[in-house]
Design a protein around this ligand. Sequence first.
Ligand SMILES: CC(C)(COP(=O)(O)OP(=O)(O)OC[C@H]1O[C@@H](n2cnc3c(N)ncnc32)[C@H](O)[C@@H]1OP(=O)(O)O)[C@@H](O)C(=O)NCCC(=O)NCCS
Length: 177
Amino acid sequence: MTEVRTAHTADLDTATLTTVRDLLDRAFEGDLADLDWEHALGGMHALAYDAGELVGHASVVQRRVLHAGRSLRTGYVEGVGVDKDHRGRGHGVALMAALERVIRGAYDLGALSASDAARGLYGGRGWLPWQGPTFALTPLGIVRTEDEDDGVYVLPVRLPLDPFGELVCDWRDGDVW
Ligand SMILES: CC(C)(COP(=O)(O)OP(=O)(O)OC[C@H]1O[C@@H](n2cnc3c(N)ncnc32)[C@H](O)[C@@H]1OP(=O)(O)O)[C@@H](O)C(=O)NCCC(=O)NCCS
């Protein structure tokens, strides 16, 4: 049975964070860059345990997303991964349920950039693939991010969103979405 613990980055000790990073390195098969890991820090983590062993992780951090003339407080999901041997048993669902509670309670909307492997997970939970064009608010101005259009999903919470409208994420090093 999955047990999910939620905690802010500030309340996870170094050993736990190291274990999470190792888990994500395995889940992403070495494809998790240092900046990807950095993007997963500074918010609320959900940690999934099976028989006391850490088997999955996801986190939500605050970002600003511009949409329809407003700057929306956005719960942005990062670092979603479950150890290979434990997939297909509902751990991903349990992690997302824990983060969606946080998103619904604290943010105007949820957003994330989905891997192909995770589209079913998000789509089955009410996350909507964004239909409109995406952009990033870079130091050089607003830049179109067309390569990201297909992967961006949102979870509407408090505000009506125009799913065909523009979505502009705030700036950060590494992958902007
Ligand atoms: C995406 C990922 C996190 C899903 O984790 P998971 O623990 O396997 O997820 P779940 O078991 O909760 O659900 C995943 C699938 O199993 C199904 N499932 C859920 N509970 C199940 C159960 N008890 N038995 C069998 N299947 C189940 C779900 O319906 C879902 O199916 P779908 O994706 O085909 O629609 C995992 O595959 C992973 O770590 N992938 C590599 C990293 C990655 O791509 N992360 C996402 C980045 S955006």
